[in-house]
Design a protein around this ligand. Structure first.
Ligand SMILES: *Cc1c(COP(=O)(O)O)cnc(C)c1O
Length: 373
């Protein structure tokens, strides 16, 4: 038996008939840009998240970039970003001409460390952009306090946090703007690119609706220099179907995470932890070990496919060489990029596959341990 990291076709095999019907409804409607299907998904996603508005856009990177633009963040401004994240978080800041200011993670949650954020502020700081990495919520209360005290915006990168909770409330309306990706592999994934922004701020929501649609709210009247980044109605229809299953799928992810936690507890592996009072969406199940590359290779030999999120921190990428960061400037990001390994995780992973992963890890790590002098 081989265990794939993620079987993207499994959701379609489970609910294909519902998806086919939703797609056919859009095809028959004659409405192929924005319109009722997009509006319905926006209302349903906002309600799920505890927000009042959702603006559907083309993808998660656009959700971040447009959010920064809606807040008039641009050249000469600084935005606090995690040193350890997917590069999109940083690219959005660079795309509006602002400077990403990396801050190291708290080693428990792997998310922005609020104490370090306070030290990184300058007179040019305009926003804090935490990421709920791997689905585990960042510590929002202290970040919100810092933002309020210094007049900064809080923009959340929630691309991995669909359904995650912070102190009993779903991620989606704590910060000023909350950015979503519905990339196929996310907990709520479309069948192509899709994204969105949720908020309780009506003026920002109106600005974003214009920005995603050529800066226009009335056809051929353009108040701003906007872009074309509209959520596709076909994807909106698919997302409406999948949203009906999100809570059940997240519950299955939680069950798998609990099984991994109990099955792996006696091994030489650092298991994921969430902050007290938070509930992860279990987007990824990350173990940490100093023997990461050897472990990944051994798991592959056992038929277990794993991935690394992420092998190179953004500050070491050619894309950000212009920032001129020193070579060892972010040792915690470096340490994470060298030690993290993502085990197979997804709502359609079967019990026997989970057991297979646990058995393979026991096999590999107990053999190595006994081989050591
Ligand atoms: C997936 C992801 C994004 C970008 O989403 P796209 O829809 O692919 O543009 C941004 N940030 C994080 C943390 C992500 O995981």
């Amino acid at each position: 038996m081989t265990v794939p990291f993620l079987d993207l076709g499994a959701a379609y095999r489970e609910i294909g008939a519902e998806i086919d019907a939703a797609i056919a409804r859009v095809l028959r409607s004659g409405h192929y840009i924005l319109g009722p299907e997009v509006e319905a998904f926006e209302a349903e996603w906002a309600a799920y998240c505890g927000a009042t508005h959702c603006i559907g856009v083309g993808n998660g990177l656009d959700a971040l970039t447009l959010s920064l633009r809606a807040l008039d963040i641009g050249p000469d401004d600084e935005v606090i970003v995690p040193s350890h994240t997917f590069i999109a978080t940083w690219l959005a800041v660079a795309a509006v001409g602002a400077t990403p200011v990396p801050v190291e993670p708290d080693p428990v949650s792997c998310n922005l460390d609020p104490a370090r954020v306070a030290q990184a502020l300058t007179p040019r700081t305009r926003a804090i952009l935490p990421v709920h990495l791997y689905g585990a919520p960042a510590d929002l209360d202290p970040l919100l306090r810092i933002a309020r005290e210094h007049g900064l915006a809080l923009i959340e990168d929630a691309a991995q946090a669909h359904g995650a909770q912070y102190h009993g409330e779903r991620i989606g309306a704590h910060g000023d703007l909350v950015c979503w990706s519905f990339y196929p592999g996310k907990n709520l994934g479309a069948l192509g690119d899709a994204g969105g922004i949720t908020t309780r701020k009506t003026a920002l929501a109106e600005r974003l609706r214009e920005l995603r649609n050529y800066g226009s709210s009335v056809k051929y009247v353009h108040e701003h220099q906007g872009v074309n980044s509209r959520l596709d109605p076909l994807q909106a229809a698919v997302l409406r179907v999948k949203l009906q299953h999100l809570s059940a799928w997240n519950a299955r992810r939680e069950q798998i995470a609990l099984r991994y936690a109990s099955g792996l507890q006696d091994l030489e592996l650092q298991l994921p932890q969430s902050l007290p009072g938070t509930r992860s969406s279990h987007h990824l199940y990350i173990v940490r070990t100093s023997q990461r590359d050897a472990l990944q290779a051994a798991l592959a030999e056992h038929g277990v496919q794993t991935l690394i999120h992420y092998p190179i921190p953004p500050y070491r990428q050619g894309a950000f060489s212009s920032l001129g960061c020193a070579a060892e400037a972010f040792p915690l990001a470096d340490a994470l990029s060298r030690s993290v390994l993502s085990l197979p995780m997804g709502p359609h992973l079967r019990d026997e596959q989970v057991e297979r992963v646990i058995a393979a890890l026991h096999d590999i790590l107990q053999t190595t341990a006994s081989a050591m002098p």
